[in-house]
Design a protein around this ligand. Sequence first.
Ligand code: SF4
Length: 142
Amino acid sequence: MREAGIRMKLNPLRDVLMGQRVVIVDDSIVRGTTSRKIVKALRDAGAVEVHMRISSPPVTHPCFYGIDTDSQDQLIAATKSIAEIAAQIGVDSLSYLSWQGMIAATYDTGDRFCSACFTGKYPISIPEPVKRQKLVLEQIAQ
Ligand code: SF4
């Protein structure tokens, strides 16, 4: 369904992309599968270089506060360096906004809100049973 959605949503224009160097800006990379398909679609449409810039820090930890994130082993930035992620999704270059840069953009100090999915520092500790149970229904369904 996710792959079909990408194909329906994205329709790279060959006339526009042929021979071009392209920069994609996205809000995050979670598992990397969507990014890889977007990059491939751009290259298939004739882009000669594809660069990606991400307007958040790397997502390295799951959310336990209500956002439907994957388990940590599914998060590409949890186990791979930025260079390895770039190679896996097929871009010529990849950069993320730093955590410091993200916090600076809020005009705050960063200690009044959560950024645990980027740092692993959960403002409210997560009991082990909660960590184990978060994805239990997905695991049963597989
Ligand atoms: S910042 Fe905190 S609450 Fe928001 S998605 Fe990340 S872990 Fe969840």
